[in-house]
Design a binder for this molecule. Structure first.
Ligand code: PEP
Ligand code: MG
Length: 571
């Protein structure tokens, strides 16, 4: 019962992001298939059989006509789906099979159900695309049965106000005709992220949540708030707050799609929004996104399949492609982060009990100083050829001494030296490390792994390897503070930089650049543009005041959502 659900929130799987609010609607009931309703066992008198066949073909014709009519009012994929379903209602084989059964005495509804069963079994056996048509076929059967039984057409009602469509699952013909101005979200009990419902929701650009348990308890007419980002359905939420949330999300989506950079807060505090890349191809792709440069070039990814160390010339060519893609812009090249989850054959890693704590990253230079020297030569060669000065940083630095040694190598080749802060020791001694180099970049993936002593690859420990862990945020704060004291850049290039709210928190902590997969850039940039530096600082303080990543996330979201709404309505 909906009353007992009022104020509660159901959880499902998020499929298409965005928020929507409106009364729930359910598709019209499917006709009952019980033998009595269908007239199974009732024999139609021989004299009436031809007219019973006529009744069946008329019903199929009416259903096909309605679907064709809807197809003619739709376009693209929707029109194709509707026309294909109409084709099934007119399928000669199916109509012939049902007519044959009626000729033997079956009622039209019983014959329609039995003929569908035959075809469904055959389609299922054929598998693949044919098997997927079973849902369409059953949909046609139900529409024809409703017509024969004098019931309202099953399927989606056409709402007169913006409504949220709830369903067990949706047949292609139902979803194909949907109008996104009146059906503002889809929520289903079944289905997965790749189900037909999900595909149509994505095409229509409306929020979608699937696999929601308890959904059948929600009655038609109940006001609901769908959150396609979190995968939730709030039942009878406070109307004013729900509408404000929907409006904020709409405004934000518009801002994301229109965001062109550069990265800065609403009050003009600059934060570079950069891309993580793996090679020339990904760097060229990154130029299509609103990023200001490259914050992390993971060079080891270009050599994962190489048995022998590539020559300096070959390496220079590969690095040159990346430098060229972002000519005139900031490019941070990371020296080989070989080992642990990214072993390189030519490094000849020894067997180690704990490779994540072993000879990885810059540590490979202990036994293989030439590999590091060759790589730095190659980066310098590529830079000289393009007349540019890249920033070059080392991964897995634990001490100021290691930072100083690396910096000397990089400076000696005329480039800008930096190191990654991925090990808690480096964060704790950030001041001393920053004294040796020109910049640092915080790798939150590894910093979280080592701070929480939780393998970043472990699904069981995902709650621990959450970058919102307040312990990790505290370490980032101390690194950023050291950077501010010394006037040096402190970037973040782990996945944390892809989370818009966390990006604001990092900015509030004093981080100066954010680098992640380029697809995340617009979301991050648009969020930063909605809030001021003070808002970011307040969000950071709120997150730091918690002791749990979930609480940190919620606390920061509350501050940032309120600030974004305040600034938007003040304009
Ligand atoms: C990190 O650890 O956050 C990082 C950016 O490096 P990688 O993910 O390549 O280990
Ligand atoms: Mg790392």
């Amino acid at each position: 019962m909906t009353e007992t659900l009022a104020g509660s929130t159901l959880q499902g799987t998020p499929v298409v992001g965005g928020l929507a609010y409106g009364p729930a609607i359910w598709p019209g009931e499917r006709p009952s298939h019980d033998p009595e309703t269908l007239g199974v066992g009732t024999e139609v008198a021989e004299a009436d059989r031809e007219s019973e066949i006529g009744r069946f073909t008329d019903a199929a014709g009416v259903v096909a006509g309605r679907l064709r009519d809807r197809a003619s009012h739709s376009s693209g994929a929707a029109a194709e789906v509707l026309a294909a379903t109409a084709g099934l209602a007119e399928d000669r084989g199916w109509i012939g099979a049902a007519s044959g059964l009626i000729r033997k005495g079956a009622t039209a509804p019983a014959a329609a159900a039995a003929a569908t069963e035959q075809f469904a079994t055959m389609f299922t056996k054929l598998g693949g695309l044919m098997a997927e048509r079973v849902t369409d076929l059953n949909d046609v059967r139900d529409r024809v049965l409703a017509e024969l039984l004098g019931l309202p057409e099953p399927g989606v009602p056409e709402p007169t106000e913006p409504s949220v469509l709830l369903a067990d699952d949706l047949a292609p013909a139902d979803t194909a005709g949907l109008d996104p101005s009146t059906t503002v979200a889809l929520v289903t009990r079944f289905g997965g992220p790749t189900s037909h419902t999900a595909i149509i929701a994505r095409q229509l650009g409306i929020p979608c949540v699937v696999a929601v348990s308890g959904l059948s308890e929600v009655q038609a007419g109940t006001p609901v708030l769908v959150d396609g980002n979190r995968g939730t359905l709030a039942i009878e939420p406070d109307e004013a707050s729900a509408r404000a949330q929907v409006e904020a999300s709409r405004r934000h989506a518009q801002a994301v799609s229109g965001w062109q950079g550069p990265g800065r807060t609403a009050d003009g505090h600059e934060v570079s929004v950069l891309a993580n890349v793996a090679d020339g191809a990904s760097a060229r792709t990154a130029t299509k996104y609103p990023v200001e440069g490259i914050g992390l070039f993971r060079t080891e990814l270009a050599f994962l399949d190489r048995a022998d160390e590539p020559s300096v010339d070959e390496q220079a060519r590969i690095y040159g492609e990346v430098l060229e893609a972002f000519a005139g812009k900031k490019v941070v090249v990371r020296s080989l982060d070989a080992g642990s989850d990214k072993p390189l054959k030519f490094v000849n890693h020894k067997d180690e009990a704990n490779p994540a704590l072993g000879v990885r990253g810059d540590r490979i230079a202990i036994e293989n100083p030439d590999i590091r020297a060759h790589q730095l030569d190659a980066i310098a060669q590529a830079a000289a050829a393009l007349n540019t000065t890249p920033w070059v940083m080392a991964p897995m630095i634990a001490s100021p001494r290691e930072a100083a040694a690396f910096a000397a190598e990089v400076r000696g080749r005329g480039m800008v030296p930096g190191v990654m802060v991925e090990i808690p020791a480096a964060a704790i001694l950030a001041h001393a490390i920053l004294a040796e180099v020109d910049f640092v970049s915080i790798g939150t993936n590894d910093l979280t792994q080592y701070t929480m002593a939780a393998d970043r690859m472990s699904a069981d420990l995902a709650a621990l390897t959450d970058p919102w862990q307040p312990a990790v945020l505290k370490l980032i704060e101390s690194v950023a503070t050291a950077g501010q004291e010394l006037g040096k850049s402190v970037g973040v290039c782990g996945e944390a930089a892809a989370d818009p709210n966390l990006a604001c928190v990092l900015t509030g902590l004093g981080v100066t650049s954010l680098s992640s997969a380029p697809v995340a850039a617009a979301g991050v940039g648009a969020r930063l543009a909605e809030v001021t530096l003070d808002d970011c600082r307040a969000a950071a303080a709120a997150a730091l005041a918690t002791a749990d990543p979930g609480d940190a996330r919620a606390a920061a979201a509350e501050v940032l959502d309120a600030a974004a709404t305040r600034h938007a309505t003040a304009v």
